[in-house]
Design a protein. Structure first.
Length: 203
């Protein structure tokens, strides 16, 4: 997967996991602003990969809508899957993103010199928005980062990240679609399991 996208997804995770409970009471723009600052405070306190992973695993689930992300990433193959297979796909994709985050933990300190600038919030409908932002770093061009969020009436959750026009979900959809065409839904489940085992051994 594109290295810039992985690192930017990792930056987003850091920016959102620290105080995910705020999603219950804040709008999407305020949520992203405040948790970015809280994340920087967390990284100042510890850059231990094991501690950060533990925090991520505890806080990641409330922030991201993994079922929707998986459904969008799998695409047409989702309709072919049984309920049991869908559950396995969601679990596999969730673990893949957590393991991807873990493999990028050596970038934790890089968050400290970054600032977040909210550009605009585009309302797609009453329960779906896109928050457009720039991540600024000294002596580097700003990075365009869009957060797509949906509300279930109680909380806003992220279901896609777009980095410089490249969608995390769409990137995986291409890969997953090829796997489904080659080996069906069971093949995609096995592929996710294999990737997670490989990433886990590198942790």
């Amino acid at each position: 997967m594109n290295t810039v996208l992985i690192r930017s997804f990792f930056t987003l995770v850091l920016a959102l996991f620290a105080f995910a409970a705020q999603a219950q009471s804040q709008g999407p723009e305020d949520l992203i602003k405040s948790t970015f600052d809280e994340a920087k405070a967390t990284v100042r306190q510890t850059q231990d990969p094991k501690k950060l992973r533990a925090i991520a695993e505890q806080k990641l689930l409330p922030v991201f809508d993994f079922e929707r992300m998986t459904r969008l990433a799998v695409g047409p193959g989702w309709r072919q899957a049984t309920p049991e297979q869908r559950s396995a796909l969601v679990d596999g994709f969730r673990q893949l993103l957590v393991n991807t985050y873990n493999s990028a933990l050596n970038q934790a300190s890089s968050l400290l010199d970054k600032t977040l600038e909210i550009r605009q919030t585009q309302k797609n409908d009453d329960k779906d928005v896109t928050v457009r932002s720039l991540i600024r770093s000294p002596a580097k061009p700003p990075l365009a980062l869009d957060y797509r969020l949906a509300s279930d009436g109680k909380a806003w959750r992220v279901y896609d990240v777009v980095v410089e026009g490249v969608s995390l979900v769409t990137t995986y959809r291409t890969e997953f679609g090829e796997e489904v065409r080659r080996a069906g839904v069971p093949g995609l489940i096995k592929s996710l399991e294999d990737k997670n085992r490989t990433l886990a051994t590198r942790a």
